[in-house]
Unconditional design. Structure first.
Length: 334
């Protein structure tokens, strides 16, 4: 294991390395509730086959922004943060595994330097993408989930109603979904870091998760968490079509039935918007932190994806154009 720091505009980025550098690289980016220690249930299962880097986003963990200025938690710089970490380790390209808010880092890196991102794995994350056009009416996922004017820590009944209504509406645009796949509504699919049942049957691990979250001293001090709505719903996000105009590599979305922060319906929709070379996988019975809650399910699946062996059992529309409606005359003829 090796720690490292890189100086970036407005911040110093802290990262950890595991394994042999001659092996293929996987770069991990945590979510809003963790830091570069988050992947302790995953990386030991990979480091025999891969060189693993785990970085802390700016203001999380020991990645500190200058002058305690929350303005330095700038999403436009986050992709460059990851690329700078790779440069420091002499890594030309890597597969990116990101969770939740960490999607901002991975999407920006792939958009800015597509040749350096071999594969993008969005684990319980749709961060980094703006909405773009949708089938029929516009689908305003961002405004439904992350309104920049709202306090991210204030979850109301109105939020659940808004989220669930859009989730129900968006499934109508995806006729390939299995009939048995049902949406969880209300607080049953909450916006907590992990599902409430996890705390009941794994109280020690839930306590450890919460304790690791409290190690984000600067983020807590300067209020990064309270501003996470505006961090996720930000001006540098790219639409799926803009993203695909630059990044052609494989994109894989992982989601969970009880994820209320970034529900599976929206991850499935983003996968469809990515068109060809995009896949999706759903874990049953776990919440937003599937990598932490269910490593026995998560780790074998992740290895399968990293090796390029995963075959998505669902056949979606084959292109973004077809998702957006295609040619009505051709549909009628068919």
């Amino acid at each position: 294991m090796g720690p490292g720091f890189v100086r970036r505009p407005g911040a110093v980025i802290h990262y950890l390395t595991f394994g042999n550098k001659v092996k293929p690289c996987v770069l991990f980016v945590h979510g809003g509730g963790q830091n570069n220690s988050a992947w302790w249930r995953t990386i030991p299962n990979l480091m025999g086959e891969f060189f693993c880097i785990s970085m802390s986003m700016r203001s999380w963990g020991n990645s500190l922004v200058d002058d305690d200025d929350v303005a330095n938690v700038d999403p436009s710089l986050m992709g460059g943060d990851a690329l700078a970490v790779m440069d420091a380790e002499g890594v030309s390209s890597a597969q990116f595994v990101c969770q939740s808010t960490g999607g901002i880092v991975a999407v920006r890196a792939a958009f800015e330097s597509p040749e350096r991102v071999e594969r993008l794995i969005m684990s319980n994350s749709i961060a980094g993408f703006s909405d773009g056009p949708g089938p029929g009416a516009d689908v305003a996922i961002l405004s439904a989930l992350w309104d920049p004017t709202e306090n991210a820590s204030a979850v109301s009944a109105e939020f659940y109603a808004r989220r669930d209504a859009l989730a129900k509406e968006i499934t109508k645009s995806m006729p390939w979904l299995p009939h048995e796949r049902l949406s969880v509504e209300g607080a049953g699919r909450a916006v907590t870091p992990y599902h409430s049942a996890f705390k009941a049957y794994e109280p020690a691990l839930a306590h450890l998760y919460d304790t690791m979250m409290l190690q984000n001293v600067q983020a807590l001090r300067i209020g990064t968490f309270k501003k996470s709505n505006s961090l996720i719903n930000n001006p540098v996000m790219v639409t799926p079509s803009e993203f695909r105009s630059k990044y052609k590599g494989p994109v894989h979305f992982i989601s969970s039935t009880y994820d209320g922060s970034m529900p599976w319906e929206f991850a499935e929709y983003r996968a469809a918007q990515m068109g060809d070379n995009a896949t999706f996988h759903l874990f049953e019975g776990v919440g937003h932190a599937s990598y932490y809650e269910a490593p026995d399910m998560y780790n074998p699946h992740l290895v399968d994806v990293l090796r390029g062996n995963y075959m998505d059992p669902i056949v979606r529309f084959g292109s973004l154009e077809m998702l957006l409606g295609g040619d009505d005359d051709e549909d009628d003829a068919a």
